[in-house]
Design a protein around this ligand. Structure first.
Ligand code: HEM
Length: 419
């Protein structure tokens, strides 16, 4: 065993057993972040804060929530909202944070796309980020079921039904997921387990791997500049702080992040107290009724773009049912972002979109198209709406087919310019 000396204090005692000083140095005080970044690089820490709010508010809600189809609706809408002191506050915090987390995830994700932060060397950051997006989506969907209102029930009905479209195993899979032939009590209790235990554990693990995968390739910067972090860190440690291109994660980077987190929390509590309704669908204040289908079934705003891709093909093509084409397009939309590091064929050169003319146009077309899909995803899919949805779905699919081609041309042009 290593020699253990008499400890000079608690930190020294822990250091001799857990190497806490080494850990703090590697992950905090000597983890170097480029200086050339803006407020968009604070979104990761804002996400972390929102996730903490979701956990704390969720624990308070758990004290009164009842995962039983006969009791769930009243436990939320009556017990928590009206009987328990400040129950409404924890519920509004949980609902608003669930919506806000997706807004910030989209900002964080599109910042990564704009600055090419998914490219060579940073693939693992991107892949773990996209895995987080997937699990967060499952977490939001399972949480939406818990109040057992009309939208909870019918969204569960529609989404679990989607698995029925998978060839051969579809039907059996739907029954397996629901735990019954219908969306019923067994469905609610298993989604409750996923929402409060299994998925949050996976999220915690993925956040740790996401952070760890940032440690070696380092965070990108506004000019996507590549430089020697060790050399810049040496300058900083020697006191040439102005000359150095980096700052330590703690205390410099995080103290600036805390300022942005402060602004985000001010907006957050304003929404919680005065505009919480944007995160709650009025139809969900009616108890679930399997005999009464709502006129329009739609998901929360953050899933609308992919929901519209699912509905986009509203007519059969060449004997293939519209439903099957929609399902294939939906599957494509849900995995394609994950593949971004491999679809961008300009692998060697990382640059922000405004220095990549073709990619710049691609980026903005994608963003505008996803906003159009989101808007039309909430409207009834009839008449002109159905055609706009169809057009926007085609644009979405074509953009991803074009990406490898335009980035290959871009790489060739750059090679030509260099030689
Ligand atoms: C709860 C979820 C998440 C948390 C807590 C989180 C946290 C963070 C943090 C703290 C950073 C470093 C600083 C920054 O750029 O903000 C970061 C960077 C990054 N994250 Fe996430 N993230 C999450 C989800 C995602 C998602 C969904 C994606 C999309 C794929 C993603 C992709 C990235 C990328 C590409 C970077 C590197 C940025 C750069 O190098 O400039 N993250 N994340």
């Amino acid at each position: 065993m290593a020699e253990i000396k008499k400890a000079t204090g608690l930190i020294d005692w822990l250091d001799q057993r857990l190497a806490v000083n080494g850990f703090i140095r590697v992950m905090m005080t000597e983890y170097w972040i480029p200086k050339n970044i803006n407020f968009l690089w604070a979104m990761g820490v804002v996400l972390m804060t929102l996730f903490m709010i979701l956990i704390v508010s969720g624990i308070f809600l758990l004290m009164y929530y009842k995962p039983d189809i006969k009791l769930a609706f009243d436990s939320v809408n009556y017990t928590i909202m009206q009987e328990v002191e400040y129950g409404w506050l924890w519920r509004h915090m949980h609902g608003v944070a669930a919506s806000a987390v997706f807004l910030v995830i989209y900002i964080h994700m599109f910042t990564g796309i704009y600055y090419g932060s998914y490219k060579k060397g940073r693939e693992m950051i991107w892949l773990t980020g996209m895995a987080l997006f997937g699990i967060f989506s499952a977490e939001a969907f399972s949480g939406y079921m818990l109040p057992w209102g009309q939208m909870s029930y019918w969204a569960a009905q529609v989404i679990t039904n989607l698995f029925g479209g998978i060839p051969f195993i579809g039907e059996a899979l739907v029954i397996w997921i629901r735990g019954d032939f219908l969306v019923a009590d067994a469905t609610l209790t298993r989604f409750f387990m996923l929402h409060v235990l299994l998925l949050p554990l996976v999220i915690l693990l993925l956040i740790a791997v996401h952070f760890y995968s940032l440690r070696f390739p380092h965070v990108n910067n506004q000019d996507s500049e590549t430089f020697d972090f060790d050399k810049e860190a040496k300058k900083y440690l020697e006191g040439r702080k102005k000359e150095s291109k980096v700052v330590p994660f703690w205390p410099v980077f995080l103290s600036k992040d805390f300022f942005i987190v402060g602004i985000a929390l001010t907006v957050f509590f304003y929404l919680v107290c005065f505009h919480y309704d944007f995160a709650m669908d009025p139809i969900n204040f009616e108890p679930a009724n399997n005999m009464k289908t709502p006129a329009h079934i739609y998901p929360e705003w953050y899933f609308l773009w992919s929901y519209e891709v699912l509905r986009g093909f509203f007519f059969d093509i060449g004997g293939i049912a519209a439903m099957d084409i929609g399902l294939a397009a939906f599957g494509f939309a849900n995995v394609i972002f994950m593949l971004l590091p491999f679809l961008d064929r300009n692998t060697m050169h990382t640059a922000p979109a405004h220095k990549r003319p073709m990619f710049f146009v691609w980026f903005w077309l994608l963003l505008i198209d996803m906003i159009v899909l989101t808007v039309y995803g909430k409207l009834p899919p009839t008449g002109a709406n159905a055609w706009v949805g169809f057009g926007a779905t085609i644009v979405f699919l074509v953009l991803f087919v074009l990406l490898p081609i335009i980035t290959k041309i871009e790489a060739k042009n750059e090679e030509g310019a260099e030689s």
